[in-house]
Design a protein around this ligand. Structure first.
Ligand code: SAH
Ligand code: SF4
Length: 404
């Protein structure tokens, strides 16, 4: 049970039951028009408007007769993330969007601009959410602190991307990468995430190459296996954070259900089957998972693998007792990995002042918890991490119902 659950908003409207158009396949849209005795080109006209980025509502699809526009608008939504607030930071290089969904659920996406460098073209990377909140409950993560709200619909995932693409287009820029590293655990909403990736990847819809899409997981082993069976769909990133079970139990509570060795085995099998390198992520927390012993444990775990590690200094999160590891410590950690032949990159964090680690704006919206609740949470994390650093495993249960 998270310490701070998202409070239900009594003033929130009921969820809009109309599916978003961007969540439909071309066949589903064609079937809807066929059922109404409409010619097939009507579905193409709607599809062109959804993916063409010039229309902003069904009403803008002027190639459709008025009565048909009305019927489409009554059945579907053109945009499921229309209500969006933007905040800029890093001199405009980071744009954080807080999307308010039809039922009042707040989710975030973050657009990061990387100017061209020698040998590298400019990139515009969007980090998107797959769920409102998250049931996994990693204690250093603002989303985890919120607890689980609900799964996002396919269109609610895709429309975060359409929203950013429209903004980029206005500046004559193009989205180059999408990463599922926003709110939520994508592999616990896998059907919708796969449908969204399909829409993003399809050349007749969004048209972004599979290599430019990355899905990050905290280690849902059956989900990783399902992806392996499907073949290469996108790049897989695994949030490792610690190579030893006692500590990973605390940092990624899902580890109590699928321990680190099982996660790494599943990731290895994925790499072997798809020929793609696995990326591991480690959020570096001062004095917690950045010790020499942790570096050696990670080096041993990944030695000889077709893998790469990203070391990311922890973004400050309001209700933890922890902070980012110093640069010199992270550099030492990377050197231990390198000595074992495991390549690692240190990632500078982006947009700290606007809380770009996803979930921070939504957490802010959820309101400040009572001081006693915050104090209890901090004390629990201090105790649990101290126990883990002594090498003792936690007896706390895995997050309830997760992965059933
Ligand atoms: N649930 C998935 C994807 C969303 S989280 C997962 O955990 O992989 C995306 C990444 O952001 C994860 O690697 C997560 O560990 C990291 N992250 C979360 N909170 C962070 C923080 N405060 N500082 C740095 N990275 C953080
Ligand atoms: Fe969920 Fe990922 Fe945050 Fe963990 S890091 S709580 S899995 S969103």
């Amino acid at each position: 049970m998270p310490d701070l659950q998202i409070a239900a908003d009594p003033s929130a409207p009921a969820r809009d039951a109309r599916p978003g158009l961007s969540g439909l396949t071309a066949d589903e849209l064609a079937a809807w028009f066929a059922e109404r005795g409409e010619p097939a080109y009507r579905a193409r006209q709607v599809g062109d408007a959804v993916w063409g980025r010039t229309a902003s509502s069904v009403d803008d699809i002027r190639t459709l007769p008025a009565a048909l526009r009305e019927a489409v608008a009554a059945a579907f939504r053109f945009d499921t993330v229309g209500d969006t607030e933007l905040r800029l930071s890093d001199g405009g290089l980071t744009e954080k969007a807080l999307h308010r969904l039809s039922d009042g659920t707040n989710v975030e996406s973050v657009l990061m601009h990387y100017p061209a460098r020698p040998g590298q073209r400019e990139r515009h990377t969007l980090c998107i959410s797959s769920q409102g909140g998250c049931a996994v409950g990693c204690p250093f993560c603002a989303t985890g602190e919120l607890g689980f709200g609900r799964d996002l619909e396919t269109a609610e995932i895709v429309d975060q991307v359409r929203h950013a693409a429209r903004r980029l287009q206005a500046a004559h820029q193009r989205l180059t990468n999408v990463v599922f590293m926003g709110m939520g655990e994508p592999l616990l909403n896998l059907d919708r995430v796969l449908a969204a990736v399909d829409a993003l990847n399809d050349p007749r819809r969004f048209g972004l190459g599979a290599r430019h899409i990355t899905v990050s997981t905290s280690g849902v082993v059956p989900g990783i296996r399902r992806l392996t069976a499907l073949g290469p769909q996108f790049t897989l990133a695994v949030s490792l954070h610690a190579a030893r079970d006692p500590l990973r139990d605390v940092l990624v509570p899902l580890n109590r259900r699928w321990p680190v060795a099982e996660v790494v085995t599943a990731a290895r099998e994925h790499a072997a089957a798809t020929g793609r390198r696995v990326t591991y992520e480690a959020t570096m927390i001062d004095g917690i998972n950045d010790t020499e012993a942790d570096a050696h444990a990670m080096a041993e775990l990944l030695r000889g693998d077709h893998a790469h590690v990203n070391l990311i200094p922890m973004n400050p999160v309001a209700h933890t007792p922890w902070s980012a590891s110093p640069d010199a410590v992270i550099e030492r950690f990377a050197a231990v990995l390198a000595a074992a032949g495991v390549t690692a990159t240190i990632r500078r964090n982006r947009g700290q002042e606007i809380g770009a680690a996803c979930g921070q704006l939504a957490a802010e919206r959820a309101g400040e918890p009572a001081p006693a609740v915050v104090a209890r949470r901090r004390a629990r994390l201090v105790d649990e991490s101290a126990q883990a650093l002594r090498g003792e495993r936690s007896d706390a249960p895995s997050p309830v119902g997760v992965g059933e």
